[in-house]
Design a protein around this ligand. Structure first.
Ligand code: NDP
Length: 452
């Protein structure tokens, strides 16, 4: 039997090797560190997990596809972007994970997201493996026709790698209902198949699930509420800061408001808005979902209660709860210190890896309840899997049924993380709980299925 510290030494060697074998992928290194630094207790306790090659296989994607995406802009000029799909692990089911269209996308970013996705998907308890994809295409400022041509060009290569039993993409940053529509249309045209289960996040009239757009934000608020319940509190009357103003942020604000909290901020890459009366969601949706505008327009139209802070970060606004819902590494050590100084009680990640490792450490040290994205934002992919189930049965469920299932899944994820952390001697540490519980499920399936 190896000790925890011997096991940690082995895992540290592996982390060094990961850095050498995957140069210039800092986000992937960060995600691998975050998981492998918490696994020593379970690997030391269960010798089968120390089997040579198991964790080495887990950190190596099963398949990585990179491809050229040529398309024409409205002036007839040919543009060339790069497309990615990383099929990380299919031990539990078809690869499942979103597509991100953002200029910052590169292979390392997609690998970090795909790696996180393995454990997140395992935590849902559903039969889905982990994958992620996207492109360095920037949809901001592009016409609908340009976005359509880009999506068609992207799918013209991607279609060979995906399928309802193989790999099922969905949305992420820069990919919402409009993009999924164009992608699905091109898949149908090329394959001549009505294969609804090949993509999730579809429109409601053609195979989409009710509550899928809301699921990530709603699920994160339910996770935050469960963390607060552990401390004998609820959401009623709490002030919340939310970053981002896209899909996840909007439905986070909607659920917070419905449960009696006051969400006072939103942001985009230009800065943030603080609205002491609480964010007016109709106005925000109009600006972001209909007009595809910037958040400063919100402050201009809202009146005296709101102001726009160019270039600022929402974390400087005093609040009981913080729900980062924009992008990776958006909440650093200084932000964490500010939140703690202002008395924050819980931080729950709607985005993927928004909190830097130093900030996570600081928050946990200060006794702040911290919900890591792979647990807290798993509601989105969970409802995607429910969309696949509805597609398979050629049926559609009511909003009430989907929401009930989402609530059950989020409660179960919270309980699993909480109990696993206790079992391994780190009570209240949801990071360790989520990593170990996700790892156990995937590792057991990989061991049962042999060396592949
Ligand atoms: P959207 O594209 O709908 O919205 C993203 C928001 O974040 C926008 O307000 C955007 O502002 C802002 N943002 C993005 N990148 C940056 C950046 N580099 N700096 C500052 N602001 C930025 O994406 P989603 O809401 O779907 O995704 C948000 C996060 O949630 C991501 O981390 C994603 O991986 C995660 N997530 C999403 C799920 C989903 O179901 N959609 C599921 C689970 C996690 P701007 O327009 O100015 O760029």
């Amino acid at each position: 039997m190896t000790t925890r510290s011997e096991t940690q030494t082995t895992l540290d060697h592996l982390l060094t090797e990961i850095e050498h074998r995957n140069p210039a992928q800092p986000e992937f290194h960060q995600a691998a560190h975050e998981v492998l630094e918490t696994l020593a207790p379970v690997v030391a306790a269960r010798p089968e997990y120390a089997e040579p090659g198991l964790i080495e296989r887990l950190v190596e994607p099963e398949r990585q596809v990179m491809f050229r995406v040529p398309w024409q802009d409205d002036q007839g000029r040919v543009r060339v972007n790069r497309g990615f799909r990383v099929e990380f692990n299919s031990a539990l089911g078809p690869y499942k994970g979103g597509l991100r269209f953002h200029p910052s996308v590169n292979l390392g970013v997609i690998k970090f997201l795909g790696f996180e996705q393995i454990f997140k998907n395992a935590l849902t308890g559903l039969g889905i493996g982990g994958g992620k994809g996207g492109s360095d295409f920037d949809p901001h400022g592009r016409s609908d026709a340009e976005v359509m041509r880009f999506c068609q060009a992207f799918m013209t290569e991607l279609y060979r790698h995906i399928g309802e039993h193989t790999d099922v993409p969905a949305g992420d940053i820069g990919v919402g209902g409009r993009e999924i529509g164009y992608l699905f249309g091109q898949y149908r045209r090329i394959t001549n198949r009505w294969e609804a289960g090949v993509l999730t996040g579809k429109g409601q009239g053609w195979g989409g699930s009710l509550i899928r757009p809301e699921a990530t934000g709603y699920g994160n608020v339910l996770f935050a509420a469960a963390m607060l319940r552990e401390r004998g509190e609820d959401l009623q009357g709490q002030t919340a800061v939310v970053s981002g103003s896209g899909n996840v942020a909007i439905y986070t604000i909607e659920k917070l408001t419905a449960l009696g909290a006051n969400a006072v901020t939103c942001s985009d890459s230009s800065g943030y808005v603080v609205d002491e009366k609480g964010i007016d969601l109709d106005l925000l949706k109009q600006i972001k979902e209909v007009e595809r505008g910037r958040v400063d327009a919100y402050a201009e139209r809202r009146g005296a209660s709101a102001r726009f802070v160019p270039g600022g970060r929402v974390w400087e606004v005093p609040a009981d709860l913080a729900l980062p819902s924009a992008t990776q590494n958006e909440l650093d050590e200084n932000d964490a210190a500010t939140l703690i100084r202002n008395g924050v009680k819980a931080v729950s990640e709607g985005a993927n890896m928004p909190t830097t490792p130093e900030a996570v450490h600081l928050l946990q040290q200060a006794g702040v309840a911290f919900g890591p994205g792979k647990a807290a934002n798993a509601g989105g992919v969970a409802v995607s899997a429910l969309e696949m189930a509805q597609n398979h049965a050629r049926t559609s469920w009511t909003a009430a049924r989907v929401e009930e299932e989402l609530a059950d899944i989020m409660t179960s994820i919270h309980t699993t993380c909480h109990e696993t952390a206790e079992r391994y001697g780190t009570p209240g540490d949801y990071v360790t709980g989520a990593n170990i519980a996700g790892f156990e499920r995937v590792a057991d399936a990989m061991l049962a299925q042999g060396v592949i």
